[in-house]
Design a protein around this ligand. Structure first.
Ligand SMILES: C[S@@+](CC[C@H](N)C(=O)[O-])C[C@H]1O[C@@H](n2cnc3c(N)ncnc32)[C@H](O)[C@@H]1O
Length: 204
């Protein structure tokens, strides 16, 4: 199997797939993340990675949230404006200039290369009681023993919900995982969402 580096992965047809849902609204985010988003974001700062078209973010800005959305593809369907910043960048590789009360990734981690780096980075971007929630399938990380991987995530303060395939944490930390990133496999086929996804490979 040939593992892809960051530039090759960004150009992969799996990542550029037009069939993926980029248009979720705030209600869809609530369902996917198991949060009451309208209540959660009101008056708060929110960073959404892999934000897609940005509909949910625009709704949150209307509710008084201070929102930043980041996506590899600048296919935003809403204009930036008061309380809404939209950034075109590849993750990992981008970092914010501030901390956030809420950081989310809705069905975006599936397409990223070094997923563990993203999780570690995000832990450093949270405010004191800040929350991180993302859709995450542990099967998308190939790092040897799954039991040890889950223990490493737990040991660094992440909670993995295997039933709903979500990962979450509360509060900031300096996180380091005992894994070396080897590259990304974009030939793994569909994941639990039915869309082709990317498996990230690590050496323990
Ligand atoms: C399934 S869509 C989800 C979009 C949005 N979160 C939603 O639920 O409507 C996944 C998004 O991840 C973005 N993406 C994929 N790889 C990325 C990368 N390396 N950096 C930033 N965004 C990326 C895609 O462009 C796409 O918009």
């Amino acid at each position: 199997m040939r593992l892809l580096g960051p530039a090759e992965l960004d150009a992969s047809s799996v990542v550029a797939n037009n069939a993926m849902n980029r248009g979720r609204r705030l209600r869809g985010y609530s369902r996917e993340l198991g949060l009451k988003m309208a209540d959660t974001v009101k008056g708060k700062s929110w960073l959404d990675l892999c934000c897609g078209e940005g509909h949910a973010l625009a709704e949150a800005a209307m509710l008084g949230a201070d929102v930043t959305g980041v996506d590899l593809v600048g296919h935003f369907a809403v204009p930036p404006g008061k309380g809404l910043e939209l950034v075109v960048a590849s993750i990992p590789g981008w970092r914010p200039e501030r901390e956030y009360d809420l950081v989310t990734v809705v069905h975006g981690l599936h397409y990223l290369g070094d997923k563990l780096k993203v999780l570690a980075d995000v832990a450093g971007w949270l405010t004191e009681r800040g929350r991180f929630v993302a859709n995450f399938d542990v099967a998308s990380v190939e790092a040897g023993s799954r039991r040890k991987l889950l223990a490493a995530l737990r040991g660094q303060g992440f909670v993995y919900d295997s039933r709903n395939r979500r990962i979450a944490r509360t509060g900031p930390a300096v996180v380091e995982f005992p894994y070396e990133y080897l590259g990304a496999d974009d030939t793994a086929g569909p994941n639990y969402t039915g869309q082709p996804a990317v498996v990230s490979h690590y050496r323990a």
